[in-house]
Design a protein around this ligand. Structure first.
Ligand code: ZN
Length: 165
């Protein structure tokens, strides 16, 4: 997301984060855009003094979209290629096995090992609705680069917990 996209998203009341959900972009009473790290309240400006240069990589900003649902990730590598153990019961009416009593035990196909799952609100790196995706037109396809970013951010997010506990 570039400066214009971030400003527009904040003004539209969207929740804009930097790198992970711990960092929140917001606007103060003076109309300045700031980045605050919620766990300790540490705050920096969104841009340099000129206002023309972001203080962080523009590709690291995203809009949290919990309205779109959640994704489930491996707590170790961040992959979505995960499975969870559970018992199933037969539904004679629908003629399907229905999952019941989901277990905490989980497996990551990427790590090829047991893992702890974490939930994450779906992220939108393109900014607010109606704005163009700043990740498009680059050397990699958008979806791939987004996935890679997700994976990279996963270890940071693992601290915030998630999963069933
Ligand atoms: Zn994994």
């Amino acid at each position: 997301m570039n400066i214009a996209e971030i400003n527009a998203a904040v003004d539209a009341g969207k929740t804009v984060h930097l790198a992970n959900e711990g960092y929140l972009v917001h606007k103060d009473d003076l109309g300045q855009y700031l980045i605050t790290f919620a766990p300790n309240g540490s705050t920096i400006g969104l841009t340099d003094r000129s206002g023309g240069q972001l203080n962080r990589d523009e590709a690291d900003f995203f809009v949290s979209r919990p309205d779109l649902g959640l994704t489930i990730h491996c707590g170790t590598c961040g992959s979505e290629d995960v499975m969870r153990e559970g018992w199933a019961t037969w539904n004679a009416e629908l003629q399907v096995w229905e999952s019941a009593d989901m277990q905490d035990h989980a497996w990551c196909n990427a790590c090829v090992g047991e893992t702890k799952l974490m939930e994450r609100a779906i992220r939108d790196y393109g900014g607010a609705e109606g704005l163009s995706g700043s990740r498009c037109g680059q050397t990699e396809p958008c979806a791939v680069s987004v996935k890679r970013r997700e994976a990279r951010g996963a270890t940071e997010d693992a601290r915030s917990g998630g999963g069933s506990g």
